[in-house]
Design a protein around this ligand. Structure first.
Ligand SMILES: [Zn+2]
Ligand SMILES: [Zn+2]
Length: 409
């Protein structure tokens, strides 16, 4: 059969989302040879083989792409056949990435989530479990290109087991920059209001969940900042939090384990349900249900409520012992100030506001507050476009003749 060669230039969100190993695997399926490499604002693929396999490869590429990848355009041209004898992933070169797009942070995926609840997995109860399809991204990036040594994960050298997963193109964790495990990754701990460490690891999370049930107010460090959390089912902790924050009325967002729990106090229709459960996990402002059974102090006098589902491992584990718990999860910032991101800063600035701290030692390189979406006339409107969306570009539906600057307000 006649061999042919094609050169593909693929643009979109194709870096840091498992795109190159996906191409590698797809090439293997069709017995094609050549290479894939990152070239900054696009990925280049050279594939060689018989015409029928090449056609299938090109057709299936956008259909089977990894969940977090977004293919904007594929330019294909026939090129001279060079006779590659295998398919390779070419290592990234430095200096060509200035225009590359950093992927946004994404909620823990179903596979990783099941691992943290599986006693036989080495990721059991480990809150920083991630793979190519999930986890923090933007909030870890110190500089480009998006490689591990340029992220806050550089502080945690890979252990041999993680190294094997990270370097195997057929593994779900191949080149997933935030990969880590209980042996080599960040640590979580619970501290009192003075910063004294009370307990570490999963015990810290289960203890935090007990404290929340008992009415304490906690600071919880996440991907892109801190939340202040308390039990949203009881009036007293919510009222106490309002008193300490001097916020008598501003509604608080809440977090529930699943859409099933959220449905007991909010109405989830079409778009609202879709956004709430999407891997971007925004705070979705939904109408309160008739059976609303949370503390009235959560959204005093309002007919709607901001709801989100857990997106970090820690948040998922906080629901482990009390699956129907609902927590207030409000951004930890003082009025008019940006959200707190550093442990030391949290201990100083949240003094008198929280009773305990659930902290970890991964540095937050970029502050990233929760996104807030409201459904207006059946369509989603951004109140705040942030975690899960930023820094993805906004595609304008028209041509812009001049440049514009758009600020937060
Ligand atoms: Zn995952
Ligand atoms: Zn490890």
């Amino acid at each position: 059969m006649q061999n042919e060669a094609r050169l593909l230039h693929i643009t979109g969100i194709v870096q840091g989302v498992g795109f190159r190993p996906f191409i590698y695997q797809l090439a293997k399926v069709y017995g094609l040879f050549g290479y894939v490499k990152n070239l900054g604002n696009y990925v280049e693929v050279l594939i060689e083989g018989n015409k029928e396999s090449l056609d299938k490869f090109v057709k299936e590429l956008p259909e089977k792409k990894p969940p977090l990848a977004k293919v904007k355009e594929i330019k294909t041209k026939n090129v001279h056949f060079s006779g590659y004898s295998k398919f390779i992933i070419v290592p990234s070169e430095s200096g060509v990435f200035e225009n590359s797009i950093i992927p946004p942070d994404t909620a823990i995926c179903e596979q990783c989530r099941s691992e943290i609840f599986d006693p036989s997995s080495r990721y059991f109860h480990y809150p920083f479990t991630v793979c190519t399809n999930c986890g923090p991204r933007y909030t870890t990036v110190r500089t480009l290109p998006y490689d591990r040594e340029n992220t806050t994960m550089a502080d945690f050298p890979l252990c041999p087991e993680c190294e094997i997963e990270y370097t195997d193109p057929l593994n779900r964790r191949y080149h997933a920059q935030p990969v880590c495990c209980p042996k080599c990754g960040p640590e979580i701990w619970l501290s009192d209001s003075e910063g004294n460490v009370l307990v570490k690891g999963y015990e810290a999370i289960s203890h935090a969940s007990d404290l929340l049930q008992q009415g304490s107010i906690l600071a919880v460090k996440g991907f892109g900042g801190f939340h202040i959390a308390c039990n949203a089912r009881e009036e007293e902790p919510v009222t106490e939090l309002r008193r300490r924050l001097r916020r008598p009325e501003q509604p608080f967002a809440v977090m529930a384990k699943s859409a099933v729990v959220a449905e007991t106090f909010a109405r989830l229709d079409g778009e609202g349900r879709e956004y709430l459960t999407s891997h971007r996990r925004p705070i979705t402002v939904l109408p309160r249900s008739k059976a609303f059974n949370l503390a009235e102090a959560v959204t005093p006098g309002l007919h709607n409520i901001g709801v989100m589902l857990p997106y970090t491992g820690t948040q998922n584990l906080l629901f482990d012992c009390v699956p129907d718990a609902v927590y207030v999860m409000t951004s930890a910032n003082l009025p008019g100030r940006p959200m707190v991101v550093e442990n030391k800063e949290a201990l100083e600035k949240l003094k008198g506001i929280v009773d305990y701290y659930l902290l970890h030692n991964r540095v937050i390189a970029n502050r990233n507050d929760d996104t807030v979406i409201r459904i207006v006339n059946g369509r989603a409107a951004f109140i705040r476009r942030s975690r899960g969306f930023v820094p993805e570009p906004v595609e304008l539906p028209f041509e812009l003749k001049a440049s514009i600057g758009v600020g937060a307000e």
